[in-house]
Design a protein around this ligand. Structure first.
Ligand SMILES: Nc1ncnc2c1ncn2[C@@H]1O[C@H](COP(=O)(O)OP(=O)(O)OP(=O)(O)O)[C@@H](O)[C@H]1O
Ligand code: SF4
Ligand SMILES: [Mg+2]
Length: 423
């Protein structure tokens, strides 16, 4: 690799979107009917020698971010540099020498190892691909050395065995040996202990730390588990729906989480105190929204316990609010007579259009707005009666941008209205 002062990974505005192909036409001509914005405008630097954590719930884009770094998927937009070199769109031929320097450790060691390959052949395989062994015997010797290093010892007793002969922890050690045999600088570890028994998880994490010290590795460590990230990572990026919402030194984030989503994740860490065992995980209300149609403004706003007027309220939030309100049967009976069928309400990012109800509905909505019954009503700019229709209009809903807060960067309007302008 080249430039000595450059970060190992530098991303600016990185987007990796996947096309949604649906319907007859989509399947026929391959046209995209929409996009899953798996990674949607990420800026980050990973410095040599650090362990950089990527944390977030399932579907937040962690794996896609890791795969983008390794160029196992091609980014849709933005810039990706490895060691100062722009590799955003370079072809496989140019990537090949870099591939030796960047390796991936998968979550599932069973899927990562070919059951028909001996341990020696599996570990030596990358040497063959990159022309780094002079003979089969040389590959076998190097594999044995690396297996000893990851605690598969004596290596000679394992070289001719198959993955099925090994325990889960041993298999993951073999996967790590295979990743390290080309002496990479950067290892992207995607939930490397999530599928292992509790009893071996700490041992594998300790092994990874030892190897980092010995070999001067840089890790991008992907996990949904903040407790693991805290144990392992120097810095952390918290992801939500393809965005980094908070980034900073782990010590800082754990001492004082600023983003409401980070706070919610931290509260959800199970506590070792046995009297609290079985406590409900206190993640924010609601499901993670559809990645194909992310919420307007701050993507976290429908679930955020601190949401307020500028957070990006939109038509569908009003429909959801009414649905939740009407779980009370008495309210449902009285209010649905004024509002009419909820399914007939047409929503857009800036409006909710009620097909009928006229002045009586507008008056009822104005009353909710003046209470105000929910923070979303503070974002309502106007309620217009157009014949039988009632149109509820929402004001600006800017998307929060990362800004410096203490020693971290946080994307949340609670810390001032810094906008990306891309809402
Ligand atoms: N190859 C693909 N094609 C289409 N959509 C994809 C593809 N890979 C990921 N996605 C979608 O992109 C979003 C992010 O997925 P990703 O696997 O990166 O999340 P994750 O944070 O790693 O989740 P998990 O914790 O479950 O592993 C999800 O909505 C997922 O369904
Ligand atoms: S901007 Fe901040 S307060 Fe508003 S919804 Fe997002 S996280 Fe919550
Ligand atoms: Mg994943």
């Amino acid at each position: 690799m080249s430039a000595p002062d450059a970060p190992i990974v530098r991303m600016r505005g990185l987007r990796t979107w996947f096309p949604i192909r649906s319907g007859f036409l989509g399947s026929l001509v391959g046209a995209a009917s929409g996009w899953i914005r798996a990674v949607d405008g990420v800026d980050l630097d990973v410095e040599p020698g650090e362990t950089f954590g990527v944390v977030g719930e399932s579907g937040s884009g962690k794996t896609t971010l890791g795969r983008s770094i390794l160029r196992l998927v091609e980014p849709t937009d933005g810039v990706l540099e490895i060691d100062g070199r722009d590799i955003t769109h370079v072809g496989e031929g140019e990537l090949r020498p870099l591939r030796r320097q960047m390796q991936l450790v998968f979550q599932d060691p069973n899927a990562a190892l070919n059951p028909a390959m001996t341990i020696a052949d599996a570990v030596a395989h990358p040497l063959k691909i990159h022309g780094m062994s002079t003979s089969r015997a040389d590959g076998r010797r190097q594999a044995a050395e690396m297996l000893e290093r990851v605690g598969i010892s004596p290596a000679s007793a394992f070289l001719d065995r198959y993955p099925e002969d090994l325990s889960g922890g041993q298999k993951q050690r073999v996967v790590i040996a295979r990743a390290l045999i080309t002496r990479p600088q950067l290892v992207v570890a995607d939930e490397p202990v999530a599928m292992l028994d509790m009893s071996v998880r700490a041992k594998i994490l300790e092994l990874m730390l030892d190897l980092q010290r010995e070999l001067g590795l840089t890790y991008v460590f992907i996990t949904h588990d903040l407790a693991t990230a805290r144990f392992l990572c120097d810095r952390i990026a918290i992801m939500y729906m393809g965005k980094v919402v908070e980034i900073g030194p782990s010590a800082e984030i754990f001492a004082e989480p600023r983003h409401p989503y980070t706070r919610a994740l931290l509260q959800a860490i199970p506590r070792p105190d046995p009297s609290r065992r079985g406590r409900e995980k206190n993640l924010p209300k609601g499901e993670v929204p559809d990645a194909g149609a992310p919420p307007r403004g701050c993507r976290f706003h429908p679930r955020c316990p601190s949401h307020f007027a500028p957070c990006g309220w939109e038509g569908r939030d009003l429909v959801e609010y009414l649905e939740e309100r009407w779980t009370d049967p008495a309210r449902f009976e009285a209010e649905s007579a004024i509002v009419g069928p909820i399914d007939a309400v047409v929503t857009s990012p800036t409006e909710a259009v009620f097909p009928r109800g006229g002045a009586a509905l507008a008056e009822w909505l104005e009353a909710l707005r003046s209470e105000p019954a929910d923070p979303l009503f503070e974002a309502v700019e106007g309620i217009d009666v157009r014949g039988p229709r009632v149109v509820v209009r929402f004001g600006d809903g800017p998307e929060p941008a990362l800004q410096d807060v203490g020693g971290c960067r946080v994307a949340c309007h609670l810390y001032g209205l810094a906008e990306t302008g891309a809402s």
